[in-house]
Design a protein around this ligand. Sequence first.
Ligand code: NAD
Length: 496
Amino acid sequence: MTSKASATELRDRVVSSLIPGLDLRPFIAGEFTDPVGSGEITDTDPMTERTLAVLPAAGPADVDAALTAARAAFDQGPWPRMTAQERADTLDRFAALIERDTERLSLLEATDTGKRLAGVRGWDVPQSAEVYRYYAQAMLQARTTSMPKVGEASVFVRRVPVGVCAAIIPWNFPFACISWKIAPALAAGCTVVIKPAERAPLSAQALAALAAEAGFPPGVVNVVLGTGDVAGRALVADPRVDKITFTGSQETARSIVAGSASRMPRLTLELGGKGANVVMADCDLDAAVDGTITAMFDVQGQNCCAGSRTYVQRGIYEEFLDRVVTAAEARRLGDPLDEKTEQGPQIDRAHFERIDSYVKGALKEGADCATGGKGADQGGLFYAPTIVTGATSSMRITREEVFGPVGCVYPVDSTEEAITAANDTDYGLSASVWTSDLDFADRFVTEVRVGTCWVNCFGYFATEVPWGGVKLSGQGRELGVAALDEFMDGKSVFRI
Ligand code: NAD
């Protein structure tokens, strides 16, 4: 068990030793290079609101250098020409280095994002290592497809890597999002330029150093931290990019689609969610209450798959509400580096204010707060776990992604109403349902328009199970064998 004092010691270690040990410059062509630059990015600690690091911001010239390196590594370099086994050896070495450095990477990630150290150490970092190993193996299983002869010609479809991939990363799961994107890309033989998020860039810088140590040929992995407006726009507009794989908001996705429209690169878009969480009267109420608390508040609500709209059958509405309010109020808010903490601070002041404005807006429109609705007693960037009642289907708090520890609870009368309400959103990332009626569960799974559905559970993920959204939650899939196809083209060959 880590005490509060040791959380402070851990933070001191991050600030005095781990961050000074990082090279914060762009990583291009296999080395950290002095940026031509476009100013600086100040990275703050969500727990203390103090500066963790000031990083050089990559400008268009740095993006240009990274793409030159990635293009050369793809067009002339050894990486796409290696055997899958040779690439797998490098990916396995990379995974082993991540495992070796799990503690350091977890401390950097948890401090930078405000996410619980226990969660990052238990999942984000080890699962990332697993993802590199998984795609190394998946590529070894990939097959050329033979087809029946056409006339005299033998016919087959060979799978070839797409080319140079731009990977644009959000701040809430930076380490995992990088891995989900670049592991299949690299296994397929692509080269990558990673653009980390301004609000949580440290683990990407650490990963760049590990890429050098693992022995990727120069230019295969490049990391250019810069602002979305400068480095991000330069990256997506560049004709040397064959594929963009993006995780982030709808607004940025629109800008990326528009900014790359003239040359139409392949796109994978992993966008936000407005997850429905349906609780029927015949459910296991204990499990539903626990699952709802996780759905609403895990990662302090800064979670694409958050279950932010909970629809409860009217017969159990009052009892359910009482119980989730009690559980919300019992949550232990605290230092993310403390093992006992259940909920950390929001990422920064601007985001905290944005969350609060959604809640205040809903109250102004006539909704109520059953609990929370303000900064928590801890002060700083802690927002109280908040449960909103009386919101209508047209209010902003129902329609837009709040991305904070704020869940709305609505009564519904029937299974039909629950399904209609769950689908009454532009988003389609994930949904959960709690019921002992397996016929209804099956109908819900069939009719709800999402990429992932949880029945009597919430938040299961696995490396081999595809993840992604429908509607405005995105297109394409990450994880699972099929994600390799996102980074490969089929080349049809007729051979006499
Ligand atoms: P964001 O869209 O603000 O930023 C994401 C990235 O895009 C950052 O690196 C940013 O610098 C860059 N960017 C911004 N403007 C750009 C532009 N014009 N051109 C190119 N790049 C640009 O998103 P965020 O606030 O970092 O992340 C939160 C969002 O990500 C939420 O909507 C969340 O639901 C979503 N998300 C989705 C998943 C998923 O798996 N579907 C996972 C995590 C986060």
